[in-house]
Design a protein around this ligand. Structure first.
Ligand code: BGC
Length: 763
């Protein structure tokens, strides 16, 4: 980060400095390492291309077709209409478009490229297929709550199967940004706060999207985004400044990206934010030194939306031309939306400010990728109107959405075993803005799914119970404003009922891009509804809709049962009903900690101890690290989640020493002392007691799921080797040091479970 290789000043010094840098042997080696297998015809093709056509291959634009949701997801771009865009295709000024709509659009554009453009280079079609295409799966943070990378792989596979039938070659997913500040709205799009979980989910989703072979007509190119540290925005404000140490960057924010590279991801998206004064889009240290140099990435990097243009507002580039030059020389191969590469790269090359070899290298990578996707062999391989219909919302896809939905739900509270509810004999009042109706079922970042096709809570509940006439549905409040007479109607319904299910929380417009919230609470009108309903005195189950962790208070947090249900997509109502009525025992766990108070942000269970750790949650000592009246811990920590069983941890066994090249076994007995079979997520945490760089109070190292019948036990075993204890040391390199380690096998990041220690012996 601090050795920017080609600094802004060097880039601006002109051709001489750039040429010298280009001929630097280290730089040449980077290029070799980064080369993708290139079919022979590609260099012949490049030889025929004009500078304008080359720049065109590095220019991606929002689709001008249709409009609708796709255009609402980003700021307006002032490109031409669809006919104008077809003309750009004929002139070879576009490499492809994104967030267009369907196979018919792709067919018309690809036909123009293949029959009317000079060089007949196929277009690439991209889209934000973030959590499903037409069948919508839970938002990624919800799916991460399953702690089941295999599930994330299967939903990504299914999304690719549907999307690839709609003409889509490339998805802008997975987003692998770690999110430790819940004010940040894009928490919903990643795997939460933890590095290990983030790595595993990144790996799974890349494999799922890309399938066995990128040429297959059910595979799409994945894109790891947003590189890098986009989730570390100051104060959780989207797009805001990031200022972190290289160590933190390498230890927390980069590992999921590295996992994506190791899984074979072949495109990356640069992030909007700056890191320590350098916008990612202009950061050659990130893209050249780390991504291509250290990790051997062989694909291409695309800017995020107008990322190159935004370097002007960052105050890093003086104008459009300079922005194009800085982004390109920093390693961004393709420009999205701004048109800056199309407008300025030819001139920059002609004036010797950008070497033509460098331009050719990026064009070669992009064309090689189009070849890898099979587009030169058959530009229409993913464009088939019949297939598009046949693959849309199939039975297996919807069944997978229901499975993913119920595995994403986290039961964070269930006092007195209120849940599961009986399917007959009880009157249930279903209250709240999310009790019924198609609002906010799919969640943020859905381009092609339709909320009207998704199953709402009322439909799910009515399908599950024996007698629908016992279910009353009352809205009570809108999401952010009181509803006239709403509370009165809700209170009346609660009085008549035996049980209240209160469906409240955030709408899908309240999280996602640009939706930072200063107050991560249930909106006040809904809190008032919860207070009024609770005062009736009937048992209340809270069904929370949310794209981030929330600071729960009052009647919401005091309700006996709380289900965290995120945005579950197509099968929302059925998935929630499966849990409510006990057809499935909750198995999800929080991938992000729910704080005690909204002021505790950013927060992660893996925080540092400080020099004055407070001794315990119940004892707040003066001059120790805590807020006034609030311990520095989560109310519902990372990893927390209850089931319809009851699990006890005992009999920890851990050898006292781990030899330098040895392996240590940690085991604990887990017993289901409850009355129902359930699945427990058994988690292994460690803490390095003294190291040359201070270490977090706990770090997740492994987890395993066990399903146990009532009364059954299992000894769960983990292996620890030295490499599991690595951290980023003083020199910003992975290191491990001998010494004492604490170890926990526990049901969450902040419960004791069973605890022991061991010593890593030096070599
Ligand atoms: C987002 C990206 C997205 C792109 C294209 C940007 O605003 O940050 O995640 O892929 O738009 O829709």
């Amino acid at each position: 980060m601090f050795d920017t290789r080609i600094s802004r000043r060097a880039a601006l010094m002109g051709a001489g400095a750039v040429a010298a840098w280009m001929h630097n042997p280290a730089r040449a080696m980077l290029w070799q390492a980064a080369a993708l297998p290139v079919p022979a015809f590609i260099d012949a093709l490049i030889a025929k291309m004009t500078l304008a056509e080359k720049a065109g291959q590095l220019t991606l634009m929002p689709s001008a077709w249709g409009g609708g949701v796709a255009t609402a997801l980003n700021p307006a771009s002032n490109g031409p209409n669809f006919d104008g865009q077809l003309e750009e295709v004929r002139q070879g000024r576009l490499t492809g478009v994104f967030n267009g709509n369907g196979a018919e659009m792709a067919r018309r554009m690809q036909t123009a490229a293949m029959t009317q453009s000079r060089l007949k280079i196929p277009l690439i079609f991209a889209a934000d297929v973030i959590h499903g295409h037409r069948t919508i799966f839970p938002v990624p943070v919800g799916e991460a709550a399953s702690f089941e990378p295999g599930l994330a792989e299967r939903t990504a596979r299914m999304a690719a199967y549907e999307a690839a039938a709609s003409g889509i070659d490339w998805t802008f997913a997975p987003m692998v940004d770690i999110a430790r500040d819940q004010r940040w709205g894009r928490t919903m799009e990643g795997a939460g706060e933890d590095v290990l979980l983030g790595r595993l989910i990144a790996d799974a989703r890349v494999r799922g999207f890309q399938g066995k072979d990128l040429k297959d007509n059910d595979a799409v190119l994945a894109c790891a985004k947003h590189f890098a540290a986009y989730g570390a925005a100051e104060a959780g404000l989207d797009y805001n400044t990031v200022d972190i140490s290289e160590r933190t960057l390498r230890e927390i924010y980069l590992p999921p990206f590295k996992a994506a590279v190791d899984a074979g991801v072949l495109s990356f998206m640069a992030s909007f934010n700056e890191i320590s004064g350098v916008p990612s889009t202009g950061n050659s240290w990130l893209m050249e030194t780390v991504l291509r140099g250290e990790w051997g990435f062989k694909g291409f990097v695309v800017s995020d939306y107008t990322g190159d243009m935004e370097m002007i507002d960052h105050g890093f580039a003086a104008d459009a031309r300079e922005a194009a030059k800085l982004a390109f020389l920093a390693g961004v191969d393709m420009s999205m939306t701004s048109g800056f590469y199309r407008d300025h790269l030819p001139d920059l090359v002609e004036k010797g400010e950008v070497p033509v070899a460098r331009l050719d290298a990026s064009v070669r990578t992009v064309l090689a990728m189009k070849a890898r996707l099979g587009l030169f062999e058959d530009p229409f391989r993913r464009i088939d109107l019949k297939r598009e219909k046949a693959r849309s919302r199939t039975k297996p896809a919807l069944a997978l959405a229901r499975e993913a939905g119920r595995k994403s739900i986290v039961m964070i509270k269930n006092d007195g075993d209120l849940l599961p509810l009986p399917k007959s004999g009880k009157k249930i009042a279903l209250i709240g803005p999310f009790a019924s109706g198609s609002d906010s079922l799919n969640g943020p970042w859905v381009v092609y799914g339709d909320n009207a096709q998704a199953i709402d809570l009322a439909t799910g509940v009515k399908a599950a119970v024996a007698d629908r006439s016992l279910i009353t549905v009352v809205q009570g409040s809108t999401v952010e404003a009181p509803l006239p007479g709403g509370i009165e109607a809700a209170v009346a319904a609660a009085r008549e009922a035996d049980i209240v299910v209160l469906a409240i929380g955030e709408s899908e417009g309240m999280s996602g891009e640009a939706q930072s919230r200063a107050e991560i609470i249930v909106p006040e009108p809904q809190q008032a509804l919860a207070e009024a309903v609770a005062a009736v005195g009937k048992p209340v189950v809270i069904v929370l809709k949310n794209g981030r962790a929330l600071a729960l208070k009052g009647a919401v947090v005091n309700a006996p049962s709380i289900l965290v249900t995120w945005f579950l997509g197509s099968e929302s109502g059925h998935a929630i009903a499966d849990i409510l009525f006990g057809d499935y025992s909750p198995s999800g766990r929080l991938p992000c900690s729910f704080p005690r108070s909204l002021g505790q942000q950013p927060y992660s269970y893996a925080h540092k101890p400080t020099g004055r750790p407070n001794p315990s949650e119940t004892q707040l000592e003066p001059y120790k690290a805590h807020y006034r009246g609030i311990p520095n811990s989560a109310l519902f920590p990372f990893g927390h989640g209850l089931t319809y069983g009851k699990f006890e941890y005992s009999d920890l066994s851990v050898a006292p020493t781990l030899a330098w090249d040895g392996e240590l076994t940690v085991s604990a007995k887990v017993t289901n002392t409850g009355k129902r079979a359930a699945e427990e997520l058994v988690q292994l945490y460690t803490h390095d007691r003294a190291a040359s760089v201070t270490r977090p109070v706990r770090e997740l190292k492994a987890f395993r799921k066990v399903t146990l019948a009532p009364g059954a036990s299992e000894v769960v075993t983990f292996k620890i080797r030295r490499d599991l204890l690595l951290f980023i040391g003083r020199e910003n390199k992975p290191t491990v040091e001998p010494g004492l380690f604490d170890v926990w096998v526990s049901p969450s990041a902040e419960t004791q479970g069973v605890r022991g220690s061991f010593e890593l012996k030096g070599a």
